[in-house]
Design a binder for this molecule. Structure first.
Ligand SMILES: *Cc1c(COP(=O)(O)O)cnc(C)c1O
Length: 405
């Protein structure tokens, strides 16, 4: 024996807060009770029960992705693993890739393509703006890429590439395949994989879908799959090889031991989306995000992104002069038991509006915690005005939509 038993290991109960914090950051998001319960179960990763679960996950995912593709795969790994799976299967060494970069995650896709050995052209978009469609056309003409990568919603700086359908159409017209990162947007904002002509859509578990982190989904189009099947070179990635993953996802066979508990959780998360329907879910996200944004402005704070480029799924709020983001986060977490996110660069804090985060009781608690914390730190905010505005916009939007969610 060389390594002794470690001493002073604190039991989890003493590490975790007695009451869980309200997770209102950029993910992971709060788990619906059914998802959390499913996540505590272990079953055989092969066999009839799992086969039924997998079959249903694929059918429900097809609805959520809006695709008839027969190439929907789960990934045991973070959203980034699904991103990498899209890239390594569709990007061939020495091929040309155009990466539309307007933040942290879109740049990550470009870096992954570089690691595969592609010649990557960065279309750098000024922050916090949406990519300009004419610029995309010009770059496509110049670069003539085999693959285009883009993020639908840049969680990092809260920019929404709302002209994604136009980008896809342009790329398709030139014969390029399009990889879309929809980690924070899938099921919070419309995404129509087939009708927009997307070749690979990626999502993680812990954001839009409101499942656990570490189990992700990817959908390849028929066209992308034909490309994958026709590839002659052997992938350097074994776990991320889509043809191997197909063994588990379509042939009831073994690739690696599937993350069974996480897949059960994902099943339940998808089922809740199907019960709610995409239309209702988009409306719920839109209504709550609009109300939160109005509430934040009524506090006297400003939003980081202009309305035309603003993401509903994650809201970026400028930190007032004389205060720091980390100080706000600390105050909110310690005093109000609400967690929100800082940022990777701009002086903002971010509040998530994904899945269970879009419930009015969570919004009131979060907005109040934000306002009160900034006030405590010496900032000038009108907390009652913010909360009143939140209430008013929720009501107005409810009347407009006639919905009760
Ligand atoms: C969170 C996120 C990712 C990365 O997901 P991980 O699970 O952290 O790997 C990728 N893209 C977007 C848009 C995200 O929001």
């Amino acid at each position: 024996m060389i390594v002794p038993v470690p001493d002073h290991i604190i039991p989890l109960d003493n590490i975790l807060p007695e009451e869980p914090l309200l997770m209102m950051g950029a993910g992971p998001v709060p788990l619906p009770a059914r998802v959390a319960a499913a996540n505590s179960i272990v079953i055989n990763h092969l066999g009839d029960t799992m086969a039924t679960v997998v079959q249903q996950i694929k059918r429900m995912s097809a609805y959520v992705f809006q695709t008839e593709s027969q190439h929907i795969l789960g990934v045991a790994g973070p959203g980034s693993a699904a991103m990498e799976m899209a890239v390594v299967n569709l990007v061939v060494p020495d091929s040309r890739v155009l990466s539309i970069c307007n933040g942290f995650f879109s740049t990550r896709l470009a870096q992954m393509a570089e690691r595969v050995g592609a010649e990557v052209t960065y279309l750098q978009v000024a922050e916090p703006e949406v990519v300009d469609i004419e610029q995309v056309a010009a770059y496509l003409d110049e670069v003539d890429p085999q693959v285009v990568t883009i993020v639908q919603g840049e969680t990092s700086n809260t920019v929404f590439n709302r002209n994604l359908p136009a980008v896809c159409a342009l790329a398709k017209a030139r014969g390029a395949m399009v990889i879309v990162d929809a980690v924070c947007t899938l099921s919070t904002l419309p995404l129509e994989m087939d009708s927009w002509g997307v070749d690979a859509v990626i999502t993680g578990g812990q954001k839009g879908l409101a499942s656990i982190p570490g189990v992700s989904l990817i959908a390849f189009s028929e066209c992308a799959w034909d490309f994958i099947e026709a590839r002659q070179d052997q992938l350097r990635h074994w776990c991320l090889d889509a043809k191997l993953a197909d063994q588990f996802w379509y042939k009831n066979s073994y690739h690696y031991t599937a993350p069974v508990s996480g897949l059960l959780a994902l099943h339940e998360a998808l089922r809740l989306i199907c019960i709610e329907t995409l239309e209702q879910r988009f409306a719920r996200h839109s209504r709550h995000s609009a109300a939160l944004q109005a509430g934040v402005e009524a506090l006297g704070l400003s939003l980081y992104v202009a309305p035309e480029a603003r993401l509903n799924s994650v809201v970026g709020i400028c930190v007032p002069e004389g205060i720091t983001g980390p100080a706000i986060l600390k105050q909110m977490s310690e005093r109000y038991r609400v967690e929100i996110s800082g940022s990777f660069g701009p002086k903002i804090v971010r509040i998530g509006q994904m899945g269970e985060q879009c419930r009015s009781h969570h919004l009131f608690r979060t907005l109040h915690a934000l306002g009160s914390s900034i006030k405590t730190l010496g900032g000038v905010v009108d907390v009652p005005a913010g909360v009143a505005q939140l209430e008013m916009v929720l009501e107005v939007e409810l009347q407009i939509r006639g919905q009760f969610t």
